[in-house]
Write a protein that binds this ligand. Structure first.
Ligand SMILES: Nc1ncnc2c1ncn2[C@@H]1O[C@H](COP(=O)(O)OP(=O)(O)O)[C@@H](O)[C@H]1O
Ligand SMILES: [Mg+2]
Length: 369
């Protein structure tokens, strides 16, 4: 059992508010990734759940039971940190078994548990080595082994892959997910890396400045961001944002007008004549062979092999387009762009909130009703 519920959790250090009104329910065995820029409060949130920090306000519930006053040891959670926190003078086996030191177990039982865990993580051949003789990825596995062996109700990961190189990060991402498949355990995984959030999470929690901006599945977060912050933070390159005004059945952009989908004028009646922000993912902009769409000038062309990113400007607005690898354009070239308005998100520039009128379903905040 491992349902975790945060109800109006707040945390301040003296006068500094770090977490504000955090409401989040994580179901048993769910893999939730908390993502946000550095300093937004992710580690503090995890430390509050672990019991390493005390919440200033609100209730933390495990399986419906308030645990605010329980010590970390009494909460049955295991935490894996970025810096692994392994004991350099102990063998891999002793490091993995360390978490069992307080368990009432015979040496034999402890050794069996260590071996089982090592097998699960495919690090059996390393058991006699010291951490100093391991690669970064191997150390990461040992740190996970030390957490898993205690069979905790909740796993907490704090940026566990930040110290690894790009290729190993990618490999460890899928290993951690595979492990979660083999040993399904409620997991809260914190990262500033939006790719990790998109690829690993059952649900993503996007944080900004101590608050939750949105909770949803990766595709909900990507396709229907609730705020401009979420839209810009999730996705690389970032979502394009164009100042726009709805004028009858057309959208007036900084340098041109384009017809809107047939249902927009009715759905957006309240917004007629007002400024909005037109949000479009780079894959929803394409280069046209013939005039039409909106004009833009190419600033930079970035072939990556599988696709070509084209950076442009339209009026004063910078844009990026994800195009096929065979795209041939040059810096300075004047081009025409098609915009997939059917995939657009419109935002209120004052509140930064998405206009709910365009989403097929109301955009969930993710907060419990
Ligand atoms: N013990 C502390 N005392 C004072 N301020 C802290 C403490 N721990 C964290 N903070 C502040 O809280 C904010 C959030 O920190 P943190 O939770 O580590 O963010 P993140 O993990 O998202 O980078 C930062 O501004 C940080 O300086
Ligand atoms: Mg942190």
């Amino acid at each position: 059992m491992g349902q975790v519920k945060l109800r109006s959790i707040a945390k301040s250090f003296g006068p500094t508010a770090v977490l504000d009104d955090i409401n989040l329910q994580i179901e048993d065995k769910e893999f939730v990734v908390v993502v946000g820029p550095s300093g937004c409060g992710k580690s503090t949130l995890l430390r509050v759940v672990a019991g390493l920090e005390e919440a200033s306000a609100g209730t933390l519930l495990f399986d419906g039971r308030a645990v605010n006053t329980l010590s970390p040891g009494e909460r049955n959670v295991a935490m894996v940190f970025q810096n692994y926190a392994l004991y350099p003078h102990l063998s891999v086996a002793a490091n993995i078994g360390f978490g069992l030191r307080r368990a009432a177990m015979s040496r034999r039982e402890r050794r069996d548990a260590v071996e089982r865990t090592a097998r699960l993580l495919e690090i059996e051949p390393l058991l006699k080595r010291r951490p100093g003789a391991l690669s970064g990825g191997q150390r990461q596995r040992v740190a996970m082994g030390r957490a898993i062996i205690r069979n905790p109700a909740v796993f907490l990961f704090d940026e566990p892959l930040s110290n690894l190189d790009a290729r190993l990060r990618m490999q460890m991402r899928s290993e951690i997910r595979t492990l979660h498949g083999k040993v399904p355990t409620t997991t809260i995984y914190v990262t500033h890396d939006q790719i990790e959030a998109m690829t690993m999470a059952d649900r993503v929690v996007v944080m900004n400045a101590g608050r939750i901006e949105q909770i949803g599945t990766p595709s909900q977060i990507y396709d229907t961001p609730r705020t401009t912050f979420v839209a810009r933070f999730m996705g690389m390159p970032s979502m394009n944002m164009l100042a726009a005004r709805l004028d009858g059945d057309a959208l007036v952009l900084p340098d041109g007008r384009i017809p809107v989908p047939a249902d927009w004028p009715a759905r957006l009646a309240r917004w007629a004549g007002r400024e909005v922000l037109l949000g479009l993912r780079p894959e929803h902009l394409s280069l046209r062979a013939s005039p039409g769409g909106i004009p833009a000038t190419v600033d930079l062309v970035e072939p990556t092999g599988s696709e070509t990113l084209v950076y442009l400007h339209h009026g004063d607005t910078r844009l990026s387009a994800r195009t096929p690898p065979e795209t041939r354009v040059r810096r300075g070239e004047r081009v025409h762009l098609d915009l997939r308005l059917d995939r657009a998100t419109l935002f209120d520039p004052e509140t930064t909130l998405a206009l709910p009128t365009l989403a097929s379903d109301p955009i969930p905040t993710g907060e419990p009703a």
